[in-house]
Design a binder for this molecule. Structure first.
Ligand code: N01
Length: 538
């Protein structure tokens, strides 16, 4: 490692900062550390950069935040020069962008690929972290920065006989780099969240037969993706700073154009007109049609009813349409964005397997047994999601003060201060961790917000000769209570979803993200401006 031994403090440690993960967060964090003259190293499990966009290379993988917003803004030249080709970028284009960023800022030599961080423990005497990798290496660092992503720890359900399946089996979150040949084959997809909804229409075009195994139907709205208009791109770039600033003032940090009216004040004609406008415009702005769709069950129901009607219009077989129709709140389990998902079920080679009528019993060597009979399959795609927000952090054996593990500390749910700091775990930062806006915001600006905050904090420590920073237990308790209180002002926590951890058996039910990007930024800035209130510095 080129930076080894160049600690600014000369205290004999290997690095000032070890960063885990080379996705959007890890790359920018590395750039920040390098720019500040610190020695830093990124450890990355994969053999390339990209994080989420490296692993989720399944057919149809695409972002559902517009390209002009789902990109870095820390470097004006970068954002002016990069040309996005579509309104919503494909996985491949985002990966090319991140590779470009890596080389443009000279980051590659400071990334150790094919190396998984397995454990980290805080040394109370030296104030450093000892970090172990799965190849048996150990390095020391003052700061440990977990840039491990919100949706990176794959969730694979335990289904009897899965290992004995003789066909091809892949999780969407770990798609084989040379793809899977599905042409003319019998293909099964388990799961109908965002990943399943994106992959199914693509597989249906190639497969001989596609079987979609659905346990819970999901709400999805069309993306209406299209090539990005050159004039539109130019106009945004002409005022990019203002455009970004405007986005940051919105609830999710995305320019959805939140409707000013209440759904409860609108009559049937206005509801239909507004929702239809949003449906035609495409994307997640659908649930911003009225300002109160996440405030009350009644308001939310107006949007849910509209999509239910759409499903029955699109899907020709009424029985299949009914099986695809969720009778839940909309958007409280992450809203999906698709390219022809419901219409896929009008194809002759596509079958919906409704698991509410008969659960998956087990795999055989040649298929899946459902409700007593076998669905023969050549390929099975697990679109079964992630152990969101906490999974990637807890899968590393992290030990803080007194040898207390993060797993022990979070046994009843995650506790953080501002989403990135954890009492008892000094000098550790989690980028877009639980208790931050993260998955309820545009993740790239949220990442930049956290990285900038951590960068400023470390600079403050250097300036004032501090070696160790740690959130106080009181500040953490208050933050956890605040995150929960804000969440419970909305109807989000009412629904089962990965937002509350209910998709992973045994995971404590806690609403994980913080609702409200502008409020979060204000609070974080205030803490820094006031000299890091809620922290102990020594
Ligand atoms: O995961 P999910 P995902 N038997 O948890 C089912 C982001 N993302 O990977 O609902 C049968 O949403 C499970 O069923 P149920 C986005 O934030 C973004 O799709 O628990 N089924 C569910 O249907 C998204 O929300 C993009 O009853 C089983 C599915 O698997 C997040 O990632 C694209 C099962 C999991 O859905 C996660 O999405 C992709 C079992 N034993 C992902 N276990 C875009 O930017 C689980 N399921 C567009």
């Amino acid at each position: 490692m080129s930076e080894q031994g160049h600690s600014a403090e000369g205290r004999g440690r290997d690095f000032d900062a070890v960063i885990v993960g080379a996705g959007f967060a890890g790359l920018y964090m590395l750039h920040k550390m390098k720019s500040a003259g610190l020695s830093a190293c990124v450890f990355e499990t994969g053999d390339g950069v990209g994080g989420t966009w490296y692993w989720n290379s399944y057919p149809g993988a695409r972002c559902d935040v517009p390209s002009m917003e789902y990109s870095y803004q820390f470097d004006e030249d970068l954002q002016q020069e990069w040309e996005w080709t579509e309104r919503y970028s494909s996985q491949g284009e985002i990966l090319s962008y991140l590779e470009h960023v890596t080389d443009r800022f000279g980051l590659r030599p400071h990334i150790r690929f094919n190396t998984k961080v397995s454990a980290a423990s805080f040394n109370e005497e030296s104030g450093d972290w000892a970090i172990e990798t799965d190849d048996g290496d150990q390095v020391s660092s003052q700061f440990l920065i977990m840039a491990t992503g919100c949706l990176s720890a794959r969730f694979t359900p335990e289904i009897e006989g899965m290992d004995s399946f003789e066909g091809a089996l892949a999780h969407t979150g770990n798609w084989p780099k040379d793809g899977i040949d599905v042409a003319g084959k019998r293909v099964g997809v388990i799961g109908t969240g965002s990943s399943g909804i994106q992959v199914a229409p693509m597989l249906a075009r190639e497969a001989g037969e596609l079987f979609v195994f659905q346990r819970s139907p999901a709400f999805s709205v069309p993306s209406q993706n299209k090539p990005l208009d050159a004039a539109e791109q130019k106009a945004i770039k002409a005022r990019y700073a203002d455009f970004r600033a405007e986005a940051k003032r919105s609830r999710a940090g995305i320019l959805y154009g939140l409707g000013e009216g209440s759904a409860l004040d609108a009559d049937a004609a206005l509801l239909k007109e507004e929702f239809e406008k949003r449906w035609q415009a495409g994307g997640l702005g659908f649930t911003a049609a009225f300002h109160d769709l996440f405030d009350t069950v009644e308001a939310n129901g107006t949007a849910a009813d509209f999509v239910r009607d759409k499903i029955s219009e699109i899907v020709k077989d009424p029985e299949v349409a009914e099986a695809l129709t969720p009778h839940t709140l909309i958007g409280c389990k992450r809203l999906c964005v698709d390219a022809g998902y419901y219409d896929t079920f009008n194809r002759e080679n596509v079958t919906l397997v409704d698991l509410r009528k008969g659960a998956i019993e087990r795999f055989t060597g040649t298929g899946i047994i459902v409700g007593g009979s076998e669905v023969p399959l050549d390929v099975v795609v697990l679109a079964t999601g992630f152990d969101a927000l906490t999974g990637a952090l807890l899968r590393v054996d992290i030990k803080g003060r007194g040898g207390v593990t993060l797993k022990e500390k979070w046994s009843e749910g995650p506790k953080t201060y501002l989403g990135h700091s954890i009492s008892g775990f000094p000098n550790l930062f989690a980028i877009t961790g639980p208790g931050s806006p993260s998955v309820l915001s545009n993740l790239v600006p949220s990442i930049e917000q956290d990285v900038d905050w951590v960068g400023r904090c470390i600079a403050h420590m250097r300036e004032h000769g501090h070696q160790v920073i740690e959130a106080t237990p009181d500040a953490e308790e208050e933050w956890v209570a605040h995150v929960s209180e804000v969440a419970h002002r909305s109807i989000y926590p009412l629904e089962d979803s990965w937002y509350v951890g209910s998709n992973v058996p045994g995971k404590p039910r806690v609403f994980l993200p913080y609702i409200g990007f502008p409020d979060f930024v204000e609070r974080c800035n205030k803490v820094a401006d006031q000299g890091y209130t809620g922290y102990g510095l020594s």
